[in-house]
Design a protein. Sequence first.
Length: 431
Amino acid sequence: MKDIVFRLTVVFLCILAIPVEGGATCGGKTFGKTHKNCSVIRSLDSLASLNLFPDSLKSDAQDRVNPSVTFPDLVYEYKLAAIDNLSPISFDYNGYVRRYIDIYTIERREQVSQMLGLTDFFFPLFDEILDRYQLPLELKYLAVVESALNPLAVSPSGAVGLWQFLINSARMFDLNVNSYVDERMDPVKSTEAACMYLLYLYRIFNDWHLVMAAYNAGPGVVRNAIARSGGETNFWKLYDYLPEAAQNYVPAFIAATYVMQNAADHSIKPAPSAISYLQTDTVHVKDQLSLSVLSAEMGISYDVLRFLNPTYRRGVVPKSPDFYALRIPQDKIEEFLKCEKTLYEKSAAKPDYHDVMANTGNTNNRIKVIHTVEQGDYLHKVAIKYGCTVDDIYAWNPNLNGDLDIGRKLTLWVDTNTYNKLQEQQRTTLP
């Protein structure tokens, strides 16, 4: 008891907010910065493509006005111990965990603010399903690590959705994937699948840290690491035998749990999104329906529709013998029911060549990027890279006469998928 009182006294005496630069320091040891190709950072950066936060930070300006702060190691250790006391999962503190706390609270504050804004959409759902499977409720923070709560997240390996399932893994849990519907992106069905998989892995390893490492890298990888280590089953002692992604996964989870529960202590507040869950409801769709048509006819943001309905991978609800559920703003339900037939008719009309030409230069639901002409560039090559046409390039660059001088800046507009691919390519070229 005296030791606890002493440690609490030290904590309150040591709560000093100080700016931090460079790698994390813990116990006198410095841990270097995490590489920009880290999957956690990649997931956080994917939030930029959601276009769901009209009032969120667009630059680092506010962070510079209000410098990021950090606390002494003992404070983090104490707060994680408080979480640990209420969970069957161990919440250890060390330099690896500190490194990710710094990523969340210093380097990616804006994205943490956006994730906090998304918790109302997903955390009640996660809690309900985790509780049904009698799993630790803290496992909801795995989705923070996996996808940054972006239901449209797609990894370079092709894993998608909140819980980042590959297509072959999805089939183990009977998640339907076809050209129009991808249930890996369905918040309810993918969470059910994640819970089944986590429960299965716990039956194998009986240790939540090893379960997380196996969720990330596969049970075979973790078993091989245990064998190479001579039978070690403590994650931190097994650390050097695991691949880098699995090494990062557990400390990132511990840090994510800490930050999502203590964001206010770091002056990070939830970013208001364009719509809240309570402002939405579902309708039954009986025929093929294009989200683009719905957006144009009813004045609903296409980005909001895609976020609310991530399962429809091409932005189209397909025709079904029964029906598909579509989530839209609650105040648009009555209007939808009135013009439902018209929406189906316009969705059935397939654009022909002349329609495509008439749409040349359209920037709706696209993100602006700048391309600097390099040696070997020509218009068709640029158009293929950016998912547009040569006619689009001319429309967006009215002074272009066909010659591409090296160093010339071209204004281009790309869709979300292309933008994410470009961001990923940019990361892989960084040192």
